[in-house]
Design a protein around this ligand. Structure first.
Ligand code: CP
Length: 324
């Protein structure tokens, strides 16, 4: 267990050692247990977390706000449109100034080509930890919650096969932060990671290379497929979700046209039957129901989506308690 995490940023799990991530999971399980037993764990009394949002949220806002209060502190929700950011406050100024008011700064900034750099610029100027609530590259707390859920449902993740797959969605060009973060973290835990997507939906090559290296070091495996059905075959865990083809085109109309070629990439009962009989279905939510996934699957016995959503609370509390 690592005990020197005070002051650390969480921007991507890739910047934390495996021992440090094991510590987060250990603390998250302990805090989950204590909450179930009604045991108070107010280790962050009088501490305040800034929660700066440039993008909407159901789970992330609610779970960070509930989590910091359960730890004895307070969460200040800040909608970026109500600040002076659009009138000139820079990332450096936000880091310098909020770092003097608050004990931690959590940020969601998903704009393509902007979000990750913005969060890093705030972190460089901040004297307190900066927590990435999702950017254009990474969604670390979602993926920590996913790993916690896999361990709860399946035990030791080593040797399990996870299919991280594109799925069609009509709503909007979703960030690629979830699949990138999944291939980066699950390869470090010795899993057999399949990345399945049509050719236009490739992920950033530097992270694909990191995932390959992670898999080599952890004695797992990493492969890329382009056949939706093949991705499901004999998998222990299936995680099909939509993301945008931002590396292929920046034109929204063109990307919508490309996506329409893949309307058949929907997770239904027939696809689930290709996976192992005890396979679990995962999705970070929100899902485009009956477009990305049928009601029968997402509401069915193999779906663990609500446990995943709950575990956001526990892993976020663990990281706040360790770093703030
Ligand atoms: N999964 C997730 O991050 O949900 P929200 O976008 O609702 O926060």
């Amino acid at each position: 267990m690592q005990t020197h995490l005070r002051g650390r940023d969480m921007i991507t799990t890739q910047e934390w050692t495996k021992d440090e991530i094991d510590t987060v999971l250990d603390v998250a399980f302990e805090l989950k247990r204590q909450r179930a037993l009604g045991i108070s764990h107010a280790s962050l009394r009088d501490k305040v977390l800034a929660m700066l949002f440039f993008f909407t949220s159901t789970r992330t806002r609610a779970s960070f706000e509930a989590g910091i209060v359960q730890l004895g502190g307070h969460g200040a929700f800040i909608d970026s449109t109500t600040t002076q950011i659009s009138h000139g406050d820079t990332a450096k100024e936000m880091g310098e100034i909020y770092g003097r008011y608050f004990d931690g700064i959590a940020i969601r900034q998903c704009d393509w080509g902007v979000g990750n750099q913005y969060i890093r610029d705030v972190a460089a100027a901040s004297r307190v930890p900066v927590l990435n609530m999702q950017c254009d590259h990474f969604h670390p707390f979602q993926i920590l919650a996913d790993l916690m859920t896999i361990i709860e449902k399946k035990g030791d993740p080593r040797g399990l096969t996870i299919n991280v797959s594109y799925a069609y969605a009509a709503s909007y060009q979703k960030p690629m932060s979830v699949p990138i973060s999944l291939i980066l973290l699950m390869t470090r835990f010795g899993m057999n990671v399949r990345l399945t997507h049509p050719p236009e939906f490739n992920l950033m090559p530097q992270y694909v290379e990191q995932a390959k290296e992670n898999a080599r070091k952890a004695r797992g495996s990493f492969e890329i497929l382009d056949d939706f059905d093949a991705g499901f075959k004999d998998a222990d865990i299936v995680y099909p979700k939509a993301w945008g083809c931002m590396l292929t085109t920046s034109d929204l109309q063109e990307s919508a046209e490309i996506s329409k070629k893949y309307t058949s990439w929907i997770t239904d009962e027939q696809r689930m039957a290709l996976a192992k009989p005890d396979a679990i279905y995962m999705h970070c939510l929100p899902a485009d129901r009956n477009i990305e996934v049928t009601d029968g699957v997402i509401d069915g016995p193999q779906s663990v989506v609500y446990d995943e959503a709950e575990n956001r609370l526990h892993v976020q509390k663990a990281v706040m308690a360790l770093t703030m």
